[in-house]
Each structure stands twice: as structure tokens, then as C-alpha cells.
Design a protein around this ligand. Structure first.
Ligand SMILES: Cc1cc2nc3c(=O)[nH]c(=O)nc-3n(C[C@H](O)[C@H](O)[C@H](O)COP(=O)(O)OP(=O)(O)OC[C@H]3O[C@@H](n4cnc5c(N)ncnc54)[C@H](O)[C@@H]3O)c2cc1C
Length: 577
């Protein structure tokens, strides 16, 4: 069989063969719903900010959320919490609009602390509500505190044996207008301990204060809610103590992991529109794609999307096998949230430069993608929070090597209950196998050149690492974080390319971009910080490393891989194509 020349999700080419029957049905049903609805109706409803009632009824009738979000044993035979099919659901929904993926993602966040807890009554009730077609919410953020979770001020106060009242406001909470279970994090006002509890948006002591109008997520809702002397009993409490806080972070880990797949879906659809539009639009008597720079932008966008998808797939493997002994996912997940999603932003910049005016017209999918793509990397307290996290693994990634059993594509049908048993802390103790293993047997020129940059960075860290007193200074560490992220990103892209049998021509082109990106970060560090002589020498080596420049090869790549995508997907009622 010939090697894959594209990893982009394309609904018109989707056969669902890699999934079991129920999962494949679920995805095909989703695709059928949106293709029937058509882009024109989606964009009109987005403009009017209409809540997506039709999709919600449809997913209820087809039991889509119930199948995908119910932990094994609590729902019907096929129900299980299985990332192998949940992640592509995020990709498919993102493909039709971020506003459709967001309620799923927030529901994942909302159900996670319930499945993590020991409250059987809550679990059974949740399973019933999923069957009834409800969505769920996750109340963590507060207006005054943002990313600073430690300052959360919502409380439960004990009133009697096993009884409490909840008070306080939560802000920027998706589905909060409608969810029958809003998993809420705060503190026990008496003990000062962390607590996770559940409130119902239909209860009279739950006040839905307002929609927070975020212009671009038309069919979805984000809101503010207030708990006013909201009565609770032990049956509404999920956990108290440090474990409650840990469950909050673990839920974020699961829910926001989906953002990477959603980004892949968003930019894939935007790419299909852009290449089709530009290749068919004639100006000065020739297609827009006759301009060499337009070809270069589209080729770059195509490579970036493929890399995003390859990374997302591989990080899912590591997440699905995570255990107390294998916690490597702790570095791969933040990179999924931060790097894959920011790459989505880079792709949209390129595509906007290709289509220009068309990209602002509300009728196009691109206009949706352009205005929502940056939500994905900003929503989680920005990329920098994750970058700071990633840096904690840097030493061990290069110098704390151990071996692990090989992991292939983790495609088995299983309930991923292991991801509900995460442990926080101990990040700097996570060990890694030798990253060079990923480079074995790959003779592609740009892959080899990139490895030389990796080795230069390793030498820098070995000979003259960033000084201790600057390790927490994110201005100084930013570019170290970016370079290191590139290295980990590239490793997983390589592993994924091998496992998914990706064509060499595509992989080499992707690594040409990686070399240039890494060089830019090294140059930024040279230009903005005080570096020692040794550091400056290695940074210069990285910055001055160039990929193979071969214009003929680029042109061939454009024709074979990119221009061939013209018309590969055109949505019903599309104004493009
Ligand atoms: C559309 C939308 C939907 C949302 N949905 C939900 C939801 O369903 N549930 C929910 O709980 N929340 C939700 N949120 C809230 C979201 O998680 C917050 O944006 C996030 O908590 C960060 O808060 P902030 O944006 O106010 O940034 P701030 O906390 O004000 O941070 C400002 C800046 O400080 C920097 N910074 C902060 N902390 C660090 C750090 N530790 N390291 C390095 N830099 C740092 C970052 O650069 C950041 O940009 C949503 C937000 C939006 C806009």
C-alpha cells in the first residue's frame, strides 16, 4: 500500500473502518447531521447566536454523548469513556465549528470529577442524565482569580451532620445555563480544605447571572452563575481535601486534551476551503495559486496541520497507557494543549494571507476558524502556563534516561478509566527513554539536520544550563521552553509518522519547518537575554542551522501534496468551490 500523503480529517473520505461498529456509527451520524444541515445554516445560526438545540436533540436521539461520556459499567453495553473515539469526536465537531465542540469539551470536564470520585449515587444519576441527552458543566474559574486557582473563593459551609450550603460565583463557565450537573470547585469554609461538589442549574438557589458574550462562539454558551445558600448534602459532595484539588487538575488534563484534536479539525476544514478558493480564483488572468508565495503559504499550512495531527495522535497513545509507572503523558499533554493549538493559530494566519477578504465573510468556514482558533490556546490560562509546566521535565528528558516497553498505536476498545487515577506532583521525577530512538532508521536530510539542532541544545544544557535564579523567570525561560517544546513535539511527530506510515516527502518537508522554527527561538534568546559565551555559541549554532533549500522539491511538494487537495472536501452549501 502506498504511504499516506495527508493525515487531515476529511468527512467525505471517512469510512470509519478503524473503529468498532458503534463508534463508527456515532461518527458517521455526526457527519451526516452537519452535512445535512449545511454551512449556510450553521453560519446563520452562529451569527444569531442560537443555542444548538437541533444538534443536542440529535445527539440525544442517537445517544452520542451517552455512549462516549459514560464510564463503563454505568450505561448501555457500548458505553465507555474511550479516548480512541472521543478524540476524533472533538476533531469532527471542531471541523464543523468550535461552537459545536465546546459543549462536548465542557461536558467532558464536567463528568470527569464525578467519574473520578467515589460517589456512586452521583455516577448512576449522571449516567441516567447522559441517556436523557443532557450536557454538563465544570465550574472552576472565578472572575477575580483567573489562572490563580489557589485563590478560589466559592465555599461550602457545614450546617448540620452531612449538610452544607454553597455560596459564591463562577465565571466563564460553558453550559452553565443548562447543565443538570455543574461540577464546582471551591473550599470548605470551616476546614479550609479543597472541595468538589455538584449543583444543578435548575435549582432555585442556583442563579444563572448572565451569558458572557464571547462574540465568536455563536451557538455555544459561556456564563456566570451564583450559588446563593444552595443546600447540599453528602450525596452532592464529590471529594474534600487535597484530592479534590487534584481531581480538578486531572479533569482539566482530560478535557483540555481534546482541544488539540479540535484544533486539527478546525484548521483542516479551513485549509480545504483556502486551497480550493485560491486555486479556482482567477486574478490577472491566472489562478491565485500561481503566485509562488501563495503556494509556499499553503504548503506550509498543510505541513503544520499534518504535524499537529501526527502529534495529537501520538500523545493520545501515551495518555491511554498512562499509569503510576508511566507518567510521560504529563509532558505530552500540556504540549498537546499549548503547541498543537498555537500551531492552529499559525495555520490560520497563513490561510488568511491566502484568502484575504473571503476569510472575513461570515458565510465561509474560514471566518469561523479565524475568529475561534485562538480561543483554544488562550482558554487554559494561556500557553505560558503550560510552557512553565513543560520546562519542569527538561533535565530528565535529556539526562534522566530509562527504558520503557515500546508502545504502538493504542487502538484497543477500552474504557480509559486509568486517566481518572492521575496523581499531581512529582513532575521532575518523570523519566524518559532516549529521544534518539525516534530518529533511528530515518535518513531524511531535514530530520538529520533537526537532530543536530537537538544535540546542540543538549550540549548547551550539559555545559552551561540556565542559571538557577532565572529558572522561574518566564521572560528568560520562554525561548528555552519553546525550543524544548519543539524537540518533544518533533519526537512524537516522528514516532507517529512511522506508526501511521506517512510519506517521506511530507515528513521531510515538516522537519524543514521545525528547523526554521527552532532557529527563530534560538535567535530570539540571543537577541533578548544576557547569555554566557558558551550559551551564545550553542544558540548561534542552533539559529544558523538551515534546512535543505531545494526549490524544485518544494514545487513538486506543492503539486503532489497540496494542490491536489483542491476540491478534496467541499461542504454542503459552501460558498467556496
Ligand atoms: C470562552 C471561554 C470559555 C471558558 N470555559 C470555562 C469553563 O467551562 N470552566 C472554567 O472553569 N473556566 C472556563 N474558562 C476560563 C479559562 O479557563 C480562563 O481563561 C483561565 O482560567 C485563565 O484565566 P484568565 O484568562 O482570566 O487569565 P489570568 O488569570 O488573568 O492570567 C493573565 C496572564 O497571566 C499569565 N499567567 C497566569 N498564570 C501563570 C502561570 N502560572 N505561569 C505563567 N504565566 C501565567 C498568563 O500569561 C495569562 O495570560 C473559559 C474562558 C473563556 C473565555
Amino acid at each position: 500500500m502506498s504511504k499516506k500523503k495527508s493525515m487531515l480529517f476529511n468527512p467525505q473520505a471517512f469510512d470509519g473502518a478503524e473503529y468498532d461498529q458503534k463508534s463508527s456509527r456515532m461518527m458517521k451520524d455526526t457527519i451526516a447531521f452537519f452535512e445535512r444541515k449545511g454551512l449556510k445554516a450553521i453560519r446563520a445560526e452562529n451569527d444569531k447566536k442560537l443555542w444548538q438545540d437541533d444538534w443536542m436533540k440529535y445527539q440525544r436521539d442517537k445517544q452520542i454523548f451517552a455512549t462516549a461520556l459514560t464510564a463503563e459499567g454505568y450505561g448501555d453495553g457500548d458505553a465507555r469513556f474511550d479516548l480512541y473515539r472521543l478524540c476524533p469526536m472533538s476533531e469532527i465537531l471542531g471541523f464543523y465549528g468550535f461552537a459545536y465542540q465546546y459543549p462536548l469539551q465542557v461536558s467532558i470536564l464536567g463528568v470527569s470529577p464525578i467519574w473520578m470520585g467515589n460517589n456512586e449515587e452521583q455516577k448512576k444519576e449522571l449516567a441516567e442524565q447522559l441517556k436523557e441527552g443532557h450536557v454538563f458543566a465544570f465550574g472552576m474559574s472565578e472572575k477575580e482569580h483567573g489562572a490563580d486557582l489557589y485563590s478560589n473563593a466559592c465555599t461550602i459551609s457545614p450546617t448540620d451532620e452531612g449538610c452544607y450550603v454553597a455560596n459564591g460565583n463562577k465565571y466563564y463557565i460553558g453550559n452553565a445555563h443548562i447543565a443538570p450537573k455543574v461540577a464546582t470547585m471551591g473550599k470548605n469554609s470551616k476546614t479550609g480544605e479543597w472541595a468538589f461538589w455538584v449543583v444543578d442549574s435548575r435549582h432555585r438557589n442556583y442563579k444563572y447571572v448572565k451569558d458572557i458574550v464571547c462574540e465568536d462562539i455563536g451557538q455555544a454558551r459561556v456564563g456566570e452563575y451564583e450559588m446563593v445558600e444552595y443546600p447540599l448534602t453528602d450525596r452532592d459532595i464529590l471529594k474534600q481535601g487535597d484530592e479534590a484539588f487534584a481531581d480538578g487538575l486531572s479533569s482539566v488534563n482530560i478535557g483540555k486534551f481534546q482541544l488539540g484534536f479540535c484544533s486539527c479539525g478546525i484548521v483542516a476544514h479551513a485549509f480545504f476551503e483556502a486551497v480550493t478558493h485560491a486555486n479556482r480564483r482567477i486574478i490577472y488572468g491566472k489562478p491565485v495559486t500561481n503566485f509562488p508565495h501563495i503556494r509556499a503559504f499553503l504548503s506550509e499550512a498543510f505541513c503544520r496541520i499534518n504535524a499537529m495531527k501526527l502529534y495529537a495522535l501520538r500523545s493520545r497513545d501515551y495518555f491511554r497507557v498512562m499509569s503510576e509507572e508511566d507518567r510521560r503523558y504529563l509532558i505530552f499533554n500540556p504540549i498537546q494543549k499549548m503547541k498543537v493549538c498555537t500551531e492552529g493559530g499559525a495555520v490560520m494566519n497563513l490561510l488568511m494571507d491566502v484568502v484575504c477578504a473571503k476569510g472575513y465573510e461570515n458565510d465561509t468556514y474560514i471566518s469561523d476558524a479565524r475568529s475561534t482558533v485562538d480561543y483554544l490556546y488562550r482558554l487554559e490560562g494561556t500557553a505560558h502556563v503550560n510552557l512553565a509546566l513543560v520546562l519542569k521535565f527538561m533535565r530528565n528528558y535529556f539526562f534522566g534516561l530509562v527504558s520503557y516497553a515500546e508502545i504502538g498505536i493504542v487502538s484497543e476498545q477500552k474504557d480509559d478509566a486509568n486517566i481518572f487515577k492521575q496523581r499531581i506532583g512529582g513532575l521532575a521525577k518523570v523519566k524518559f527513554p532516549d529521544y534518539k530512538k525516534a530518529y533511528e532508521d530515518i535518513a531524511l536530510p531535514n530530520v538529520k539536520i533537526f537532530l543536530s539542532q537537538v544535540e546542540s541544545f543538549r550540549s548547551l544544557l550539559a555545559e552551561d544550563p540556565p542559571p538557577e535564579h532565572l529558572l522561574k523567570n518566564m521572560d528568560y525561560m520562554l525561548n528555552y521552553g519553546e525550543i524544548f517544546t519543539m524537540i518533544v513535539y518533533a519526537q512524537l511527530v516522528l514516532e507517529s509518522a512511522k506508526l501511521n506510515d506517512v510519506a517521506d516527502g511530507l515528513l521531510d518537508q515538516i522537519f524543514a519547518l521545525f528547523i526554521k522554527d527552532t532557529g527563530k527561538y534560538a535567535l530570539a534568546q540571543l537577541n533578548t537575554q544576557n547569555n554566557s559565551e558558551v550559551q551564545a555559541r550553542w544558540l548561534q549554532a542552533i539559529a544558523l542551522t538551515a534546512p535543505v533549500v531545494d526549490k524544485e522539491k518544494d514545487d513538486l511538494f506543492w503539486k503532489e501534496y497540496v494542490a491536489s487537495q483542491d476540491g478534496a472536501y467541499v461542504m454542503t452549501d459552501s460558498v467556496i468551490g
